[in-house]
Write a protein that binds this ligand. Structure first.
Ligand SMILES: O=C(CO)COP(=O)(O)O
Ligand SMILES: [Zn+2]
Length: 219
């Protein structure tokens, strides 16, 4: 008797969401049941992490599968930030994945009184410019507030990453790996920014930033 193993095209994406979620959680990049991940599917639908799920213990089979209007097709109830993710995708047809975390240093920066709301972290390193670029601050809303979607809609066309005030980063990438790399770069640069606070550090010059943007365009 032959065994026919049918591999659903979503299977590897489901596994990748769970593996990278665990990697982020295991390294302390988000705590408890905070944070959420989504991936856009070829048919315009999405896979999203369920609400109240721990990113360290995702079950690939229970991820929320949504159609292209955001209706749940299968799996557990989606993240309460579903509309935030969908608003970001709407503005960014080139983005295939979004990661939202409560990564500590990024959240700390989101609480500082002196941050420039148009650009929360200066261009300290080349990789920050290459992966993140300018980081606008989104005013505070309660988690899951549909108004968060409206607030990012005006920013996400120009920016692949935004920082939610007193909450955390939301980062888009062309695929999940790219979104995770950018989130990690953002968190490390937030840490550097806090380490160097009060030291008047030299950032990259406008010319150095322009050279990086020409050589390594972000999507
Ligand atoms: O980070 C979160 C809310 O902003 C977590 O919410 P969910 O558990 O609904 O994904
Ligand atoms: Zn959150």
């Amino acid at each position: 008797m032959s065994i026919h193993l049918h591999r659903h095209p979503q299977n590897s994406l489901r596994e990748q969401i769970s593996t990278l979620g665990k990697s982020l959680f295991d390294r302390g990049l988000t705590m408890g049941s905070s944070g959420n991940i989504s991936v856009r599917l070829d048919d315009g639908g999405w896979l999203m992490t369920p609400t109240n799920a721990c990113l360290g213990r995702l079950d690939p089979a229970r991820l929320s599968h949504l159609d292209n209007s955001g209706q749940l097709i299968s799996g557990d109830k989606p993240t309460k930030e579903q509309f935030l993710h969908m608003a970001m995708y709407e503005e960014r047809p080139q983005s295939g994945a979004i990661v939202h975390l409560h990564s500590t240093h990024s959240v700390a920066v989101s609480c500082l009184p002196e941050v420039d709301p148009c650009d929360c972290i200066p261009p300290l390193t080349a990789y920050y410019v290459m992966r993140v670029g300018k980081l606008p601050l989104v005013p505070y809303y309660i988690p899951g507030d549909p108004k968060l979607g409206d607030a990012v809609r005006g920013l996400a066309g120009k920016h692949s990453a935004v920082l939610l005030a007193n909450h955390g980063p939301v980062v888009a990438g062309k695929n999940l790996e790219a979104a995770v790399y950018a989130t990690e770069e953002l968190e490390e640069t937030a840490k550097l920014y806090l380490l160097l606070r009060g030291e008047n550090p030299r950032g990259l010059t406008q010319e150095q930033v322009a050279e990086l943007e020409a050589r390594f365009p972000r999507d």
